[in-house]
Design a protein around this ligand. Structure first.
Ligand code: SAH
Length: 351
């Protein structure tokens, strides 16, 4: 097993059977510890001890979709819905800029209220006011022409998790109106347009098998995204998956480590979901290969309303107000929070 991890470290390649062995390693085993150690070594080789920060602005919890796992699905009538105005979003960016953020992520449900033109106006105004910042969008599936318009307005990056790469599994997590083929098409469109693209999946989503996860890793190898976000599935009590088991902490950490070794140059966030299932979840993620954190920059009164899953961490270290604590904590672990844009490096940059 140790030599298998060495092979992955050296070659970024393993066959399916070998990947399965790594994904299913025993919690706290010496082999798991070695996997974590090698992932941290790889991260330091490429990105040093730097941790990039992104200010997350949750612009709307209205959503036309009905994903079975998600708390803001349209058929959940118990959600107090909100959306931020252009002025409010710009206000968040202003506050974030003053705190040192140089990337703003606008994420939301698929809310048709925002026209293409409105999103473009918001993006171009942020870029105009803060030319040294990157703007990331995470607004779901759109036509290629819409993505192109966002890009032309100045958006740099786009996050869209593929959620699961296997058709049968995708159908168990989404209503029949949503198609895996469409999701994948969106991701390839985004790449073609020139966005830095982020994708990913939940760990421990209902009905997920190890073979599903391997297919997710293979799909990511095909897509070659600049960013990869994963986090544990966490049930939300007003969804059909309310009684399903939560994703496992150690399995999520093993996958963060495997991702770092398979995709040495990718930007990997230690996600809010990871920080929500364990007190030190986010720190653990950073110690096994993750190099990005996305503190919550939304107006405080809406943070609890953007509720994809129960027990979401949105105070303390997960919020921008906790940035100085986060700095100290990560420093104690031997890392350094930096305020540069933090674009993905490539093989060329390192040569
Ligand atoms: N509407 C946007 C943003 C989705 S929210 C889009 O479609 O891309 C961001 C991510 O949260 C989702 O991609 C999903 O992987 C994750 N998520 C949703 N519900 C979750 C849950 N119950 N537990 C853990 N993660 C969840």
């Amino acid at each position: 097993m140790f030599s298998l991890i060495d092979t992955l470290f050296e070659t970024q390649e393993l066959d399916n059977n070998q990947l399965k062995q790594l994904i299913e390693l025993e919690d706290n085993s010496p082999q798991e510890e070695y996997l974590f150690k090698q992932a941290d070594k790889k991260r330091k080789e490429i990105y040093g001890i730097d941790i990039y920060i992104r200010g997350l602005i949750e612009i709307s919890n209205y959503c036309k979709n009905n994903c079975l796992y998600c708390g803001i699905r349209c058929s959940n009538l118990n959600v107090e819905r909100y959306r931020l105005s252009r002025e409010e979003i710009l206000e968040c960016a202003k506050y974030g800029y003053s705190l040192g953020f140089r990337t703003f992520v606008m994420q939301g449900g698929e809310d048709l209220h925002y026209s293409d033109d409105e999103v473009c106006k918001i993006v171009s105004q942020i870029k105009e006011q803060y030319p040294d910042c990157a703007v990331t969008l995470s607004l779901g599936e759109k036509d290629k022409s819409t993505y192109q318009a966002y890009f032309n307005a100045g958006a740099d990056r786009y996050l869209l998790r593929h959620e699961t790469a296997i058709e049968e599994h995708y159908k168990l997590l989404h209503p029949s109106a949503m198609k895996l083929s469409k999701r994948k098409q969106c991701l390839f469109d985004l790449k073609e347009i020139g966005f830095q693209v982020g994708s990913g999946f939940m760990v421990g989503s209902p009905f997920q098998t190890t073979d599903n996860i391997i297919a997710d890793l293979r799909f990511l190898q095909e897509l070659q995204p600049e960013m990869i976000g994963i986090g544990p599935f966490i049930p939300h009590k007003e969804t059909p998956f309310k009684d399903k088991a939560q994703g496992d902490l150690h399995k999520t950490l093993r996958l963060v480590a495997i991702l770092r070794l398979l995709f040495p140059y990718s930007l990997i966030p230690s996600t809010t979901a990871l920080g929500s299932i364990a007190e030190n979840g986010r720190e653990l993620g950073l110690q096994v290969g993750a190099n990005v954190v996305m503190p919550n920059l939304s107006p405080t009164d809406v943070r609890k309303l953007y509720n994809l899953y129960n027990n979401k961490a949105f105070i303390g270290k997960e919020a921008v107000e906790g940035l100085s604590d986060l700095k100290l904590q990560t420093q104690a672990l031997g890392y350094r929070i930096v305020t540069e844009r933090g674009d993905a490096l490539t093989w060329e940059d390192k040569r």
